[in-house]
Structures are given as C-alpha cells and as structure tokens.
Design a protein around this ligand. Sequence first.
Ligand code: ADP
Ligand code: MG
Length: 485
Amino acid sequence: MMEALRGLGYSTMAALADIVDNSVSAGAYEVRIDFLWAGTASRISILDDGRGMDDTELESAMTLGDKSALADRAADDLGRFGMGLKTASFSQCRRLTVASFRERGTLCCRRWDLDAIAARPNEGWLLFEGPAAGSESFLAPLSGQGKGTLVLWEVLDRVVTDGFTIDDFADLIDGVEARLAMVFHRMLQGPHPSLSLLVNGRPVEPWDPFMSGHAAKPWESPVATQVTASGLVAVACHVLPHRDLLTPDEYDKAGGPEGWTAQQGFYVYRNRRLLLADGWLGLGQGRAWHREEAHRLARVRLDIPNTADADWKIDIRKSTAHPPVSLRPWLTRLAEDTRDRARRVFAYRGSLRPSPGGVPVEQAWRAEHSRSGMRYRIDGKHPAVAAVLEAAGPLLPLVRSMLRVVEETVPMQRMWLDTAENRETPRTGFSGEPTADVVEVLRALYNDMVGRRGMSVESAKALLMRTEPFQNYLDLIEAISSGGV
Ligand SMILES: Nc1ncnc2c1ncn2[C@@H]1O[C@H](COP(=O)(O)OP(=O)(O)O)[C@@H](O)[C@H]1O
Ligand SMILES: [Mg+2]
C-alpha cells in the first residue's frame, strides 16, 4: 500500500507545499527548506518553529489516515485527509524521518523506511524510532530552537533519477522557490507577513499575481461573495496592465512562473493558500475556455473555505478543484466580464481611452458582421478619410478604388500569425513612433480643417480630440492649435 501511494502524482513542488501546509497549520512563522546535494545521498529537509508534537501525536501523525477526512477542522487548518505528510513525502523519497518537540517537551523522532519494509515483508508496519544510522546530525538544526518540527526526506529516488545532475538539482530548487512564492504569497506579503519561508537560507519573495497597488492597472472589481451550503465564496476580478505600461523587468516578473498566457484565469485559494492556478476551471459558454493570448491579462482571485473541500472536490494533492454546479453560472458571468475587459486592454495596447467628455471616438475601421462572415471597412466618416473624399474632385474614383483595395487586402492571416508568434499585438496608434510623425499627420489634418473646411480653431480641436488615434495625443493637439509646434 505504501509503495502504491507513491504514485499519486505529486510534483516536488506540490509535495513540499503540502509539508509547509502542516507547518502553517501548526502555527509556524518560519519555515526553512534545505536542499542538500550529495548525488544519490541527496536530501531535503523542512524545519519549522510551530507548536511541535509529543510522542503520541507524532506516532499518530506518521500513521496513514489517523485523522478522518470527514472531521471538522479548525477554520485555519490547511490539512484534510490525514495523509499529506506521508503521501507527499513518499512521492519523493523512500525514507521519511520526522523529529519534533513541544515547548519544554522532549525530542521525539519516528521514521518510515520503505526499503526496510520491503526487505522484511512479514514484519508488518515497521515504524522506527530515531533517525537512520549516520543521519543523526541532520536533526541538529531542530535542537537549536525551543519547539518545532523537522521533516527529513532521504533516498530521493523519485528526484535523483538516472542522469540527474547537480545542475538539475539547482533548476529544481529555482522552480520550487518560484512556485512557493506564488502558492504562499498572501501569507508572505503585506506589512505584517504571517509566514517567512527560506529556501537554502534565502528568503522567498512573494509573487503577487494581481500586481496589487500597481498604478497602471486598468481595472479591478470589488469583492463579490456568494453564500453556499458549505460556506462563503469570494471573488475579486483583475485586469493587469498592458506590456507597454510596464518596465521590461516588471513585465517579466508579472508573467509568473509559467508565463503570461499560462497564468491567466482563476486563482483558487483555501485559507489564503493557493490551491491551483490552472486557467478557467472548465468554465465557458458552450465549450470550456482555453487559455489564449487575448485573455492573458485576466486573473481572478477566488477564495473558498476549508469546509467546502468535498463540494469543490479537493484532491489529496490539493492540486485540483472543481466549482460546484450551483456556482458555475455566477463564476462564468464574472469571468466573462473580466475576459472581455482584458481582451480590450490587450488589443488596444492599453491605450483605449475615451475622448474627453466621453463622446464616442471616430474610428477609422468598422467591422461589418453579416451572414456570410465579417469584413473590415474603412469608415468614410473618419475625418482623415472624409477630408480626402471631399477634396478629391476628379480623383474620387481612384481614391475610392484605393480604399477598396486596402479593405480587401487587410493582411488578416499575417496579423494573426504575427500576434501568435510574437505573443503581442502588432503596434498601432503611433505607439513607439517619434512624436514628429504624429505631429506631421495631425498638422495636415488640422490645416485642412481650419483652411479648406473653414472650421473654427475650437471645433477643429474638439473634432481631433475624438478622432482615432489622436484621442491619445491631446497635448499635441493642444500644442498645434495654439501654434506651439
Ligand atoms: N510540522 C508539523 N507540526 C505539528 N504537527 C504536524 C506537523 N506536520 C504534521 N503534523 C500533525 O500530523 C497530522 C497529519 O498530517 P498530514 O498527514 O499532513 O494530514 P493532515 O494535514 O491532512 O492532517 C496533522 O494533522 C498534524 O496534527
Ligand atoms: Mg497536511
């Protein structure tokens, strides 16, 4: 049975997070995770300063399923099945040693050794006392403190597999660090963090998926709640800033451990601990939404209580969760709204600003929906286009053919591919172009308005301010109309 339980499918990261959960539930503030490379004798230890266990508690903790999954748990308890310590550990190692002591108590130590059990199949559940011979010194860091628990993983057969080198070990450590920074970010961040995590002595910096407090964030919703039979569910929706509004460093960091596209969607938390960030939870209109480029800026925070484990089908690894049927329509609505907003910010490179006074902006392109599909048309009412059509005189047929040719040859496939390949929409609206270029185009239009069309300075200004893409260049319009440039 113990060999079988190794195959539950924990990643090293998920296994470590499960051990850290136990420390958090035991009231620990500081948790130190240490990776020590020694080839096949490598080891990983997790040391906390929580309340610790006495001998009886430790024996129960080492027993599979000694606590019932049906039992009520303290509201801040991160456990559930009474399995995690064992299943998480065995998914990575063959020898699990746990040493613990309570304040003013004595140190107790128990050890499971799968090799010893396999060697003596008729001797039952061999739960040893004390560390393995030669491993005594590995418990030393625990004796240095007043109370706490040390979990030691040795014989890491599922980590140090054939061909695994010290470089792979270093990569593993980096990956674990990045994911712990995400999973426990809410405990690690803020003016009064409730947790301090150290990996090989380095403090783990929290990674906040929602860029809380960033000035360029276009939108975030108030918290919406829904009362269910198994407790209160709370949702807060976020749209992150467009790349153009972030420094390259900020942009890279905000992408998160898996990158921008993968990190979109729901972030499900249970007691402020992230359970999963796995896209759109199978929600969608008709068929389930995938994670697409266009929605990469959408992230939704979802809090569930630990009384809702069964309703949400939380698995032993705490790596999956499924929204109960009764909540799906509500969640779908909130997600759809967030996705819409995120798509607009993405498509307009963050520059979709209404014109002053909220008058609709004159757009250069119209999308025409018809039964036979969609077409993109240049809008003859756009001031830059209208001016040419009016002034064209004998050239009018030629100008019209030119516009029609442009409409009929919009390089859609090309734009589509470029967007997918570069993971970014192509630049439009003069973004990244020199100011002089914008000024040149603006001035030609302005001169035509006040010259040929005889408009007043004020009305020319007002019209330009609600003309795409100049609604983003109000200061230039101001400067041109006052003769400043
Ligand atoms: N670091 C720790 N400090 C104190 N107690 C612990 C620690 N780790 C585990 N325990 C005890 O062992 C029990 C079993 O842990 P575990 O197998 O992870 O199951 P669960 O977390 O679902 O209860 C916990 O409920 C807790 O009482
Ligand atoms: Mg646990």
